[in-house]
Design a protein around this ligand. Sequence first.
Ligand code: FAD
Length: 325
Amino acid sequence: MTSQDRSPAINNQVQHSVEVASNTDRDLDIPPGCQIRSNVSLKGLTTWKVGGAAQWYLEPRTIAEAQSGLAWARLNDLLITIIGAGSNLLISDRGLAGLVICTRHLRHVTTQFDRETQSIVADAGKMFASIAWQAARRGWGGMEWAAGIPGTLGGAVVMNAGAHEHSTQKILVSADVLNLDGSIETLTALDLGYSYRTSNLQRSSQIVISAKFKLQAASDPGEIQARTYRDLEKRHSKQPYDRPSCGSVFRNPTPEYAAALIENVGLKGFKIGDAEVSTLHANFIINSKDATASDIRELIYYVQSQVKARYSIELEPEVKMLGEF
Ligand code: FAD
């Protein structure tokens, strides 16, 4: 972004390279009522527990505060990065220039369950798994698979989070998004251009603020809860849930499975620094102690190179890499 271009770039792309904002070192006037802080470590805000600091950081609690932060970033030519629960992010050790807006506190409105239409409306910062459990307790089916996904609703809508044959796209009715100019728009599932772990929002500058989902009331609510528990237990036995990770690192190159390819090239347990290919599930990279984002990035490259050499298959990362590596 140049100083002539006043519309901020939004940094939610795979392997996005950060352009340094024009006013990195200048003291900026923070708008009243907007809790923007400087030099905030992002390490604890990602499930990999790696990464540097945000030059500027905001956790808006209201839409008005998010609008105010966006206006401030535009005024000051700052890049904007949106993060949710950081469960699908690799943030550079060098941190992120510009304003990082974390949506995890955008959950001021109680989740609404409409029995008549069997629909749920919830805010972007709500944890997707907690919505799944609330639905299960009511005996509503359709989100059992989501109980083990440690991200926010906003992240799930953007990533088209899913498991097995289920995905966000199949239950989403619409999403309300905040545009960079502060206006709010409702997008349908069709507008979002969904495909496997992808949506148009991954290439846009819009912030998801809430979404509506359609589920089905079950004849036997106990069965929905049992299915939700089963799904979670299966994950716990097959995936390293107790270690810092970002879930599956690579998309499955259909009809192959990334985990099988990585295991077949003998990389289970392989380490670079403290970044390690999980011995339980080869498509997970865990932070075994004090890994850096660079260790993880290097291991991702290495895994890609080994699979390419053996199978001529290019593994594509599912995790979003932010900042300069
Ligand atoms: P983040 O990781 O913070 O962000 C992801 C992307 O979404 C970024 O590009 C970010 O800019 C954008 N984003 C986030 N919130 C917003 C918003 N409100 N508006 C606009 N953009 C936004 N994923 C699956 O699909 N299936 C699984 O089974 C699964 N299992 C997992 C298991 C573990 C142990 C872990 C750690 C992760 C797993 N994941 C899985 C990955 C991850 O949980 C999902 O991708 C999740 O949907 C990401 O949500 P988040 O809030 O953490 O988003």
